[in-house]
Design a protein around this ligand. Structure first.
Ligand code: TNX
Length: 532
């Protein structure tokens, strides 16, 4: 640069600086990041007692525009738009109106083995979210969503702004598998109802959504090579209602919707028992020799496939192939529970053959704990629901285990004897009982490295729409989210129940028909009764 250019630069530079109005010193109110009612509670929170101002001068940036990072930024921008009516750009131009930045940063240097780990550094003018993967960034965004205050603070500016307490959060989950299951077979739930549940679960950092797609009462997924499964098998549900099913396009839409929330859909075809609807559609599959008709009651254990008939395996090869192609999850759930009318040898023969088919289609088999009677590949995953002896046997045989003990983890159990919906064959499960246990030590002698994670099943014999689903799932599913994510040292009922009470605005804003348990000191509407 020659001298005249330099002088010109300095001259105009001075004019520009002189023209910029002096910024008003902002006095931030004292905040405490540690008192924000986050669920699940993070590993470490360090408060710095100031605040980040979220307002229209904020933008979101991601250091990677591929690998899902930009989509995570856009997800947050969309939530900010619908919640606060603020337009925040993602990877847009930085012009003079931009004052603050939320920076989502892919970084390999996090000190954690979990792909879902994240770190948040919240300062006055920037929020830095570090994560190894987009899934980790997405979990971090849920924390930020929970940090958004209920109301804007307009006293410091003409424009509304929202203050996020400053500080640092270091976080990672204890389990890689944090699931919820929905039974769409006993009662059918529409795509929109399922999406609403997925959205709520995502907010609490669930990462697996297991769909129980078939049972005695109905078959709920289109199989193109065996069309009667839905033409016949999907037409009824418990109580005799019209049932329903997902077309393959609808199922793909659900899979994609869940994937945008970094949640994986695990499809289940329950067999060889729980198969009345399939056998009614194709009687050649039937193994109990009884006359077939629609079943709209709630008993279990009376149906079975014919485990010695080749056609059954031809059929299953087609079914598993079609579903495996729709579902990117590495897992395929074969059910396997309560096959009370299948002879033991037939049952063993069946699960071993089905495991081969599942593997042939590139998936890892998951089954309810009864499958351990078979001689299975140790890569298959066992879902423990009833008998801890089965869980121990599973571990001895080298399997990973998903924890769903019915008397602690079943969302379809009534809260108490007065609960409107639900069953109680395993237990009544009030909100504190649901929270106050530890999957990691629940079975004393079970080696920890065999616990893949936790899942909360919601069977639908007694529920048929979102309001009834939400009555059973909320608030217990929120506590289960913490059991799956938060280290035991950070879990404490007295502290949790205050944080749970603080979820009320979120639940109400999202029109969630939660059960207002008297154990929780809800801030308002104490007398609120759940809708029928
Ligand atoms: C047991 S748990 C079942 C389901 C029922 C549920 C009702 C399990 C693997 N099987 O078929 O819907 O109880 O709580």
């Amino acid at each position: 640069m020659n001298l005249s250019k330099l002088l010109a630069f300095l001259f105009f530079g001075c004019i520009i600086i002189a023209c910029v109005p002096e910024k008003k010193e902002i006095v931030y109110p004292k905040t405490d990041l540690n008192t924000i009612p986050l669920i699940p509670k993070p590993v470490e929170v360090i408060a710095t007692n100031s605040a980040f101002r979220l307002d229209s001068k904020t933008v979101i940036f991601t250091n990677q525009t591929s690998n899902g990072f930009e989509e995570v930024g856009q997800y947050f921008a969309d939530k900010i738009k619908s919640r606060l009516n603020l337009n925040i750009t993602v990877n847009g131009a930085i012009d003079e109106t931009v004052e603050r930045i939320i920076y989502i940063n892919q970084s390999d240097s996090l000190d954690s083995d979990s792909p879902e780990a994240y770190q948040l550094y919240i300062k006055n003018d920037s929020v830095l979210l570090n994560a190894k993967t987009a899934a980790g960034a997405f979990r971090g965004i849920q924390t930020l969503r929970q940090l958004l205050p209920e109301t804007s603070n307009d006293t410091l500016a003409e424009q509304p702004m929202w203050l996020i307490p400053s500080g640092k959060i270091i976080d990672e989950p204890i389990f890689e598998y944090r699931g919820a299951m929905l039974d769409v077979a006993r009662h059918f739930f529409t795509v929109e109802e399922v999406k609403k549940y997925i959205d709520l679960l995502a907010y609490y950092k669930y990462n697996k959504f297991h769909m129980h797609l078939t049972d005695d009462q109905g078959w709920r997924i289109e199989i193109k090579s065996w069309p009667k499964l839905t033409e016949v098998g999907a037409q009824k549900e418990v109580g005799g209602g019209p049932g329903g099913f997902y077309t393959q396009e609808e199922f793909k839409d659900l899979v994609a919707y869940a994937a945008e929330r970094h949640m994986e859909i695990i499809p289940e075809v329950d067999m060889p028992g729980h198969t009345n609807a399939a056998s009614l559609s194709y009687p050649i599959l039937n193994g109990n020799g009884k006359k077939l008709e629609y079943y709209t009651g709630t008993h279990v254990g009376f149906s079975t496939f014919d485990a010695r008939r080749d056609t059954v395996y031809t059929f299953l090869d087609d079914v598993i192939k079609e579903i495996a192609e729709l579902s990117p999850s590495p897992y395929f759930h074969i059910g396997g529970d309560e096959s009370h009318v299948t002879k033991k040898n037939d049952y063993i023969h069946f699960v071993e053959k089905v495991e081969e088919i599942v593997k042939k289609h590139g998936k890892t088999m998951v089954g309810w704990e009864e499958i351990i009677q078979g001689d299975l590949d140790s890569s298959s995953v066992v879902q423990f629901w009833r008998d801890s002896v089965n869980a121990k046997t599973a571990a001895l045989k080298g399997h990973q285990i998903i924890f769903s003990p019915a008397h602690k983890a079943y969302l379809d159990m009534q809260y108490d004897s007065l609960s409107k919906h639900g069953l109680h064959w395993a237990a009544y499960i009030p909100v504190d009982t649901a929270y106050n246990w530890n999957p990691g030590t629940y079975i004393k002698s079970l080696p920890k490295d065999h616990i893949l994670g936790f899942e909360a099943p919601l069977w639908s014999e007694t529920i048929s729409d979102s309001a009834e689903l939400e009555y059973l799932a909320f608030p217990r599913a929120i506590g289960y989210a913490e059991l799956g994510w938060t280290i035991a040292e950070n879990r404490n009922w007295e502290n949790y129940k205050k944080r749970l009470a603080a979820q009320q605005p979120f639940l109400e804003r999202n029109n969630v028909n939660f059960y207002a348990s008297k154990l929780i000191d809800w801030k308002e509407h104490k007398e609120r009764l759940p809708k029928d």
